[in-house]
Write a new protein. Structure first.
Length: 116
């Protein structure tokens, strides 16, 4: 049985576009989740964070202006960072490819090949 593959995608991001192209070059047509329009909730973010084996800060785009405006830092509690990502999905690092119970961050895009 084939594993379902999803990409949390932002078409405006070059790494996200490169990762999607890489999947398609290998004959994989993933389910595309435009996560800025369909934001994941806190539980989904925590599940993906666990699959990635990263702390919340490792999944956050710390250079986004909203990160500073919310008063967040690398020392902020996990729950605050996850909540901020759920409320402001622009803070979620991208792209993320999810294949079954595994996930990979497409930075660089080739990193997602390890889970396919």
């Amino acid at each position: 049985m084939a594993v379902s593959i999803t990409i949390w995608h932002n078409p405006r991001c070059s790494k996200s576009r490169q990762t999607l192209a890489l999947l398609r070059e290998r004959g994989i047509e993933p389910q595309i989740r435009l996560y800025l329009k369909e934001p994941p909730d806190e539980a989904e973010i925590r599940a993906v964070q666990k699959m990635l084996g990263l702390p919340a800060i490792g999944l956050a785009r710390t250079k986004e202006r909203i990160f500073r405006e919310l008063g967040l830092s690398k020392d902020s509690p996990e729950g605050e960072i996850v909540r901020a990502m759920a409320e402001h999905p622009i803070l979620i690092e991208r792209p993320i490819v999810i294949a079954g119970a595994r996930a990979a961050l497409g930075r660089p895009p080739e990193a997602v090949l390890e889970i396919l």
